[in-house]
Design a protein around this ligand. Sequence first.
Ligand code: SF4
Ligand code: SF4
Length: 92
Amino acid sequence: MAVKIIESCVNCFACEPVCPSNAIYEAKPHFLVDSKKCTECEGDFPVQQCASICPIEGAIVDSFGLAFNPPGSLTGIPPEKMAEAMAELQSH
Ligand code: SF4
Ligand code: SF4
């Protein structure tokens, strides 16, 4: 079991120091998780510390590829409203 950091990571450094397993490391083009070290925080914390602190929706996913912080979960903006707003912006 291991989480994964994907391309939407903005390299903010927030997750690296909170990992109890030292599984997160700086890489190019974005931070990565060493899947051999990640324990999903089991035994240390009730929730995944990296996903709890990450400010970017969708940047950290579970072993099934599902985002811990799906669209709208941090901003409070419903995904369909966000899609409408983006379409509106792109039409100008
Ligand atoms: S889930 Fe826990 S152990 Fe795995 S990378 Fe995130 S903070 Fe580290
Ligand atoms: S907290 Fe999120 S955005 Fe920041 S470095 Fe970690 S994965 Fe990337």
